[in-house]
Design a protein around this ligand. Structure first.
Ligand code: 3HC
Ligand code: NAI
Length: 698
């Protein structure tokens, strides 16, 4: 049963029961509508309560049904809401934990709503590139007031029930119930059993002072903030309809907006990202119920750039951390950086002073391994040299208690090798954070050959706790993200050789939506890092060609922002990238030396060479089993590499472009004498998908 029916005295209690979040799929809608009708026909029943089982009242419409006939099958959400609204007996929605999207729309169709304090209330459709399509844009402004409703609908952010109950004049919540929700709802339902007429939100007026000016101001604000996303402005227009139109006309306008948005590539991408994020937390051969190890205490080795940021994640989550270094000065520097970061947040009003003090009180430092032996997890973030890692892991093997997880933040080294420095390779795992580690969402969890399943399950669960998006990667050079970015960077270099300027490539990439083009990114990260990697590659893979322009740049001492000169010039203390004459001349000489006549290159070619390089390399990663699924690759790029969210990630973009077209484009690139024809041979997986008419992500 996806909705249960029970009569307690004179009150029928209908409980939505569709785990995990009581999504309002076809079966649940049908069961709920039938239960309401049953209560309507039951002479003993004077009032009805609708609530949800488990961890939600309802998470809304079943997103998995979107685009299938089930989404529209009767009773659709509108019909269910109409059954509730037109019921001749009072219906009370008893809301707890989570009430979102269609769940809130159903509650708004009930005659009354009571809520437990702390319930998260939202119309989050905008985050899926949609607008609330079952009356939410028409009923919420009437029940809560236009301005707070507009804020909720345009942002999609959840608000606590008790805060909403304090909005002057609201009737969204008739009562906040402390203690047992159903007991309280029963009392309320009995009080209302004989009150007539039954109140309907649709009968109210949505009013706002200076309506035209209010919405014009809101339009400017929302338009400015939601570039590339059509949904927020359509949400706004739907809310404006609640003020300017009769209820039924407003519902019609809302419906039109919903249908139009559902077809947009932006909504498709956002829905893909929603499921991709959840899929990433699952590991094929590690069952969901794998027992996890308790992580109550963490140690971090190395208090440098990464060590400090990593530490902050745990302090923020209330987990004590001990940082270990070889010298007191390094510890002091690390602690000072953490303080500075927190103080900046306090100054901006993003962190309360007492929270800051609380977090700092969880931080300890030490120069001795004896002080960290009882930590449940230790994360190493020392210099990227195998010898240094070896000495650290040998020490850890000696001092850490049995069952402790030993993690490395290495970005390039072999995690299996690191594990072999210990007598407990099953406890060793890679936890590859991205810089700045306290800000970036991505965490690549690197699974060694011998990493135990419960270690993986523990780290994946912990990632949620510290608010990271964890993606599992197998062991290979660069793991998922950096192995792909190397091909992207090679293409960026070839584009310079053939006639582009760094600013032309960056602009094209940024117009496509990347947070930063490859050359601005290089200047920010330090061009010397890529130089060191290439020097290694020249020995390991002598047949792999690179543009020499980046080496020439480094030979000029132009490492990027830190030397105030890189692909661009920089003024002291500023980050503005100024096109550089010196770089232009270097590139001209370099092209002449190679005998290349520069040509005009379109933005489209630039973007496709960059993005399809990512896609082809990712197809190899999937084939090799380094990445579990194409949507994992998308999560890596969305959360760690500034790939535009509204395009859903490189694999989703390739699917939207059409894999056949991707391969045809790659074949054209392969014919370019200045590019790498070998690289552009479609990866076997990509070729197979085209052959079978399939895509990466569907
Ligand atoms: N439909 C279908 N499945 C859903 C769902 C929904 N609305 N909401 C969550 N799920 C699924 C997830 O996919 C996941 O499934 P999995 O275990 O198979 O991967 C499972 O529920 C648990 O999800 P979370 O890991 O996110 O669980 P949390 O407890 O952390 O969060 C939540 C619960 C707050 C409800 C969160 O899942 C969420 O924000 N869901 C999306 C809510 C939403 O966007 N609702 C609007 C839907 S659109 C709509 O209602 C249209 C209407 O206006 C017409
Ligand atoms: P860093 O140079 O800023 O910090 C390293 C710290 O380790 C220094 O404070 C140093 O004193 C300390 N250290 C060195 N040897 C030690 C030892 N034996 N015992 C204890 N402490 C020791 O380096 P960063 O950038 O923090 O990098 C650390 C690790 O993180 C490296 O493996 C790197 O590849 C990886 N990484 C770096 C990223 C970045 O963007 N900087 C991103 C992701 C991973």
């Amino acid at each position: 049963m996806t909705a249960t029916y029970e009569v307690r005295g004179t009150v029928a209690v209908i409980t939505l029961s569709n785990p995990p979040v009581n999504g309002l799929g076809y079966a649940t809608r049908k069961a709920a509508a039938e239960a309401i009708q049953r209560a309507e026909e039951d002479g003993e029943v004077k009032a009805i309560i609708i609530t949800g089982a488990g961890k939600a009242f309802s998470g809304g419409a079943d997103i998995k049904e979107f685009g299938t006939p089930k989404a529209l099958a009767e009773p659709n959400l509108h019909s269910l809401i109409s059954v509730a609204e037109n019921c001749s007996k009072p219906i009370v929605a008893a809301i707890h934990t989570v009430c979102m999207g269609g769940g809130l729309e159903l509650a708004l169709g009930c005659h009354y709503r009571v809520a437990a304090p702390g319930a998260k209330i939202a119309l989050p459709e905008v985050k899926l590139g949609l607008l609330p399509g079952a009356g939410g844009t028409q009923r919420l402004p009437r029940a809560l007031g236009v301005e707070p409703a507009l804020n909720m609908i345009v942002s999609g952010e959840p608000v606590n029930s008790e805060l909403l109950a304090m909005v002057p004049g609201q009737i969204l919540f008739n009562r906040i119930i402390e203690g047992d929700l159903i007991d309280g709802a029963m009392v309320f339902a009995k009080e209302m059993a004989d009150v007539r007429p039954l109140p309907k939100v649709r009968d109210l007026k949505a009013r706002v002072a200076n309506g035209e000016a209010f919405f014009q101001f809101a339009r400017n604000m929302v338009g400015g903030m939601s570039k590339n996303f059509p949904a927020p402005l359509r949400c706004l227009e739907a809310v404006a309809a609640s003020v300017n139109m009769k209820f039924d006309d407003g519902i019609k306008a809302e419906r039109e907006g919903f249908v139009a948005l559902m077809m947009t590539p932006e909504s498709k991408a956002l829905r893909h990202a929603f499921f991709a994020e959840r899929a990433a937390s699952k590991i094929g051969d590690v069952p969901d119920d794998t027992p996890v190890r308790k992580i109550a205490k963490v140690a971090v080795i190395g208090a440098g750039t990464m060590g400090g940021g990593i530490t902050m994640n745990f302090l923020n989550a209330g987990i004590p951390v001990t940082m270990l270094e070889t010298k007191q000065e390094a510890l002091d520097r690390g602690v000072a950086t953490i303080r500075k970061n927190y103080e900046a947040q306090v100054k901006k009003g993003k962190l309360k002073e007492e929270k800051y003090n609380e977090r700092m009180s969880l931080l300890a430092t030490t120069l001795s391994y004896d002080a960290i032996g009882d930590a449940d997890l230790v994360i190493e973030a020392v210099f990227e040299e195998l010898g240094v890692k070896e000495s650290v892991f040998k020490q850890l093997d000696k001092v850490m208690k049995p069952g402790a997880i030993l993690a490395s933040n290495t970005s390039t080294l072999d995690v299996n090798k690191i594990a072999s420095f210990t007598d407990r390779p099953q406890d060793v795992v890679g936890m590859h954070f991205f810089s700045p580690a306290n800000v970036m969402k991505l965490l690549e969890v690197v699974r060694g050959e011998k990493t135990a399943k419960d270690v993986l399950a523990t780290v994946m669960q912990l990632a949620k706790k510290i608010r990271k998006t964890a993606v599992v990667s197998g062991v290979c050079d660069g793991f998922i993200g950096n192995r792909m970015i190397e091909q992207y960077s090679r293409q960026a270099g070839f584009l310079l050789d053939e006639g582009c300027s760094p600013q032309q490539v960056d602009k094209a990439a940024e117009r496509f939506g990347f947070a930063m083009g490859p050359f601005r990114m290089g200047d920010l990260a330090g061009n010397d890092i890529g130089w060191a990697i290439r020097k290694r590659r020249y020995v390991e893979k002598p047949n792999l060609n690179y543009s020499k322009s980046a080496d020439l740049l480094c030979e000029m001492g132009r490492y990027g922002q830190k030397t105030q000169a890189g692909w661009y010039d920089y003024q002291a203390g500023k980050r503005d990238a100024i096109p550089s004459k010196a770089v232009e001349q270097m590139l001209e000489m370099h092209r002449a030396a190679q005998g290349i006549t520069p040509r005009q290159i379109t933005d489209e070619e630039i973007v496709h060479r960059l993005v399809f390089a990512l896609v082809n390399e990712a197809a190899h990663l999937l084939e090799e089993g380094i990445a579990q699924r194409a949507s994992d690759v998308d999560m890596v790029y969305l959360t760690g590499y500034g790939f535009p969210l509204w395009r859903g990630g490189p694999m989703c973009y390739a699917d939207t472009f059409g894999l056949y077209n991707v391969v045809q484009t790659m074949k054209r690139f392969a014919r370019n004498p200045h590019d790498d024809a070998n690289f552009w041979q479609p990866a076997p997986l990509l070729a197979r998908l085209v052959e079978q008419g399939k895509s990466f992500t569907e």
